[in-house]
Design a protein around this ligand. Sequence first.
Ligand SMILES: NC(=O)c1ccc[n+]([C@@H]2O[C@H](COP(=O)([O-])OP(=O)(O)OC[C@H]3O[C@@H](n4cnc5c(N)ncnc54)[C@H](OP(=O)(O)O)[C@@H]3O)[C@@H](O)[C@H]2O)c1
Length: 381
Amino acid sequence: MKVAVLGFGTVGQGVYEMLHHAKGLEAGPVLVRPGKKDADFKVTTIEAITGDPSVDAVVEVLGGIEPACSWVSAALKAKKHVVTANKALVAAHGPELAALARENGVALLFSAACGGGVPFLHNLALACQSDEVLSVGGILNGTTNYMLDAMQSRGADYADVLKDAQALGYAEADPTADVSGLDALRKIMLACAVAFEKLPCEGLYHEGIVDLAAEDVRDFQSMGYTCRLVAKGGPVDDTVFAFVEPTLVPASAAECAVKDNYNLARYEAKCAGDIVLIGQGAGRFPTASAVLRDLSDVLSGQRMMMPQGCVRVTADCTGCGHPYYVRLPKAFAAQLPCDEVKEDGDIARVITKSITVKEMHDLAAQLRQQGAQVFFAGIEE
Ligand SMILES: NC(=O)c1ccc[n+]([C@@H]2O[C@H](COP(=O)([O-])OP(=O)(O)OC[C@H]3O[C@@H](n4cnc5c(N)ncnc54)[C@H](OP(=O)(O)O)[C@@H]3O)[C@@H](O)[C@H]2O)c1
C-alpha cells in the first residue's frame, strides 16, 4: 500500500522514515509548502496526491482545521484511505469525514489523535465490538504531566517547569492548549465518540494547571496526594459527561506512578473490567508508530474508528460530583460549600463538600469574574 504524507514536521518526518521499514507499506509523495520543495519525493499541491493512482492511502499530519479538512475530504473523495493524528480536526469534523469515508468505501482512522503512541483508541474500538464500555479517561496530555511531576519532585514553580518543558520540546512556544486542558478535552471527546457513539461538543468543562503554585503542591503532598491533569468521560442517559480537571490522586492510584511526559489512558468495560495503558503520549516516533499501526489496520481490512451512528451531543456534567480542593483569597471562601478551611495569611485552602463538576467549574468562573485568583482540583475518593 503506497502512502502519501501531508505535512513534513515532527510527526510527518517520523512517519516517512518508518514507512521505509514497515511491512506491506511503501512511502509515497510528501506534501510540503511551495517554498519547501527541496527533493523529488516532495509535492506542493493536493492534486498531485489525489490525482496519483498509485497512492492508496494518505496520512494527514498538518495540524489545524484548514486546509487539513479540505485536503482530507479530497483524499477520501479520491478513494484514498486516510489516517490522521489531528485531534482538532476529528473533534470538529469527525462524523462528516467518517460519513464521507463510508460513502467512498475507504478507511478513516485516527489513533494517534488521542494518546499519541499509546494504543488507546485502537483497543477501545475493539473492546466496543464485544463488551460494554462504561467509562473512559486518564492522563491524556504529556506536557502537563511533565510539569506536574517536575513541580512535585523538584518543588519547582509553574513558570520554571514551563520553561523546561519548552526547552525539552514537550511544550510548544504557545502552550495554551496544553496548560488550559483543551488538548486533553479534545482527546476525551474523541474517546467518547469511539466508546459511546456520542461526540460531545457543548456542555463540556475543562480546567488546566495555569493557576497552580508551588505552595499548593506542597500542601497536596502533606495530605498524601499527587496532582495529575485527568480527563473523564462516560455515558449518561442519552448523552455523555466529559471533563478535564486537575485531580488529587492518592498514592495507591495508577495515575500517581505516571512520571515525566507519559500518558495513562484507561477504560472500564463491563466484562473486561479496568484496562490501563501507559506510554509515550507524544513525540516523533511514538506518534508515528500509532499512525503506522493504523495503516497496518487498514491493510488488514479495518475501515472505521468513528461508529456509524455517532451523533453530536451536549454533554451533561451535572451527575458527577466529588469534593474539591480550592485555593483562593480568604475573602471569597464563604461562597464555597466548605467542609474544611485552612487559613494562611490572606489565602484560604478549602476542602469542599461533594459538589458536581458543573457546580465547581461554574463557581470558579464566577469567582474569577469577581477578581479572585482561584486554583481548584477534584479529589479522587
Ligand atoms: N507532535 C506530537 O507529538 C503529536 C502527538 C500526537 C498528535 N499530533 C498531531 O499531529 C499533527 C502534526 O503535529 P506535528 O507536531 O508534526 O506538527 P508540526 O511539527 O508543526 O508539523 C506540521 C507540518 O505541516 C506543515 N504544514 C502546515 N500547513 C501546511 C500547508 N498548508 N501546506 C504544507 N505544509 C503545511 C508544516 O509546515 P510549516 O512548518 O511550514 O508550517 C509542518 O511542517 C497535529 O495535528 C498534532 O496535533 C502531534
